[in-house]
Design a protein around this ligand. Sequence first.
Ligand SMILES: Cc1cc2nc3c(=O)[nH]c(=O)nc-3n(C[C@H](O)[C@H](O)[C@H](O)COP(=O)(O)O)c2cc1C
Length: 189
Amino acid sequence: MLPAIEKRRAYRALDTRPIEPEVLLGLIEAATTAPSAMNNQPWRFITVTESERLNALKETLSRGNYWAKRAPAIIAVVTNNRWSMQLGERSYAPFEVGMATMALQIQAVSEGLSIHPIAGFNADEAKAVLKIEEDDSLLVLLVLGYPGSEEGLSDAHRESEHSERTRLPLDRIHAFDGWNQGMKREGSA
Ligand SMILES: Cc1cc2nc3c(=O)[nH]c(=O)nc-3n(C[C@H](O)[C@H](O)[C@H](O)COP(=O)(O)O)c2cc1C
């Protein structure tokens, strides 16, 4: 499984070719496999492909996300803390939506798609375009497309298409049996 998961990268070089509706629905099917407390399923997805709505959504992108304008589809990921379990300050909805979104992304990659989550957009404007209620949270947009040309990407983004994955070492993010068992804190040697 790890090699399949490792194939997912936040690529930006997208083709404008449309994505088949059955492929898009397969991504949502994958998302629904995620676990959630009491099976609350606090995830909602809006898949945008219709050109007028898609263009309006693209108007809300931050300048650095110019590359997403080529996407033939964008999936909006919506949740609300009230839709799942809350135990004190622990709100499980975003955790569960994250799990669902990861399954969705792995399915996208298995269909040969690039899929790139972004937070860089004007959420109020995007919610208005998609008719999402004010009280709900539009967490991310998933920018979708078959892999395409790097033409039009900035130098940094072109370079990033071929960069190694950068991650914290395991001893910064994991310990066996207790935090004091060797997990390094930020700033420690
Ligand atoms: C919540 C979230 C928000 C992100 N927002 C943006 C964004 O606005 N623009 C962008 O180009 N990438 C965005 N990314 C992609 C990350 O920069 C990328 O996943 C990270 O650098 C790790 O690279 P990798 O996914 O290729 O391993 C976002 C990712 C997540 C999970």
